[in-house]
Design a protein around this ligand. Structure first.
Ligand code: SF4
Length: 223
């Protein structure tokens, strides 16, 4: 049974063809892609993804080795003094909220899942501070499972191109899943994110230099 979009419609062959053409161009631009966040385990990716809010990946990559050297496991971080964790994550900004979030996350993971990151979206989102986007990043990146994380770049680029026409990230995720076969899901988000950063900028999209230009429905192209 073909997957339906959130409005109940099923993508046509032409719509799937366009989606595939977009995919082909993304893969030609980014043959290999992974998150720029450094991590050595699903647990570490979960933590660095939380720390990456409102800061650069480079900032997080400087802080993470010191944090994981002091607290190598969820159990260790669960028992960490909050003030020490605040000092360690200070340079990533919002350090009080972030320190509290990762310590709560470590406690929750230890209590609910014995310190093991679950390989399941519904279980991941039961963890404190873990939303659908973070859970999908961990599933796709650390476990190579079919998952689509929708951030601001994915939302903007897929709507402009005309692959989806909804604003709600949960609906965008579901509509993209109806459009693409599951084996491509894990490779979609990071490519759209990088494409959004490099080409399809929020304020000044580089339409004049964009390989999607003939496929793209955006009416205010910058040509
Ligand atoms: S043509 Fe412009 S709006 Fe469309 S995807 Fe390319 S950069 Fe974005």
């Amino acid at each position: 049974m073909p997957r339906k979009r959130t409005d109940g419609s099923v993508p046509t062959r032409a719509e799937k063809g366009k989606a595939r053409a977009v995919w082909n161009r993304l893969v030609a631009r980014y043959p290999e892609i992974r998150t720029a966040l450094d991590y050595e385990s699903p647990w570490q990716l979960l933590v660095v993804t939380v720390l990456s809010a409102q800061t650069t990946d480079e900032n997080v990559n400087k802080v993470a080795p010191v944090l994981f050297s002091a607290y190598p496991t969820p159990e260790a971080l669960a028992g960490a003094p909050l003030s020490h964790v605040e000092n360690l994550v200070f340079s990533t900004g919002f350090y009080r909220q972030k320190a509290a979030a990762i310590v709560s996350l470590a406690q929750d993971l230890t209590e609910k899942f014995d310190g093991e990151v679950p390989v399941d979206l519904d279980e991941l989102v039961t963890l404190k501070g873990v939303g659908r986007k973070t859970a999908s990043v961990v599933l796709a990146e650390a476990f190579h499972r079919p998952a689509i994380a929708v951030d601001t770049h994915v939302k903007r680029t897929t709507n402009r191109i005309g692959l989806v026409s909804v604003a709600d990230p949960v609906k965008i995720e579901a509509d993209l899943k109806a459009l693409y076969p599951a084996e491509l899901w894990a490779g979609l988000s990071m490519r759209f994110i990088q494409f959004g950063r490099d080409v399809c900028d929020a304020r000044k999209p580089r339409c004049f230099d964009c390989e999607m230009v003939k496929l793209c429905d955006f009416e205010d192209k910058n040509l």
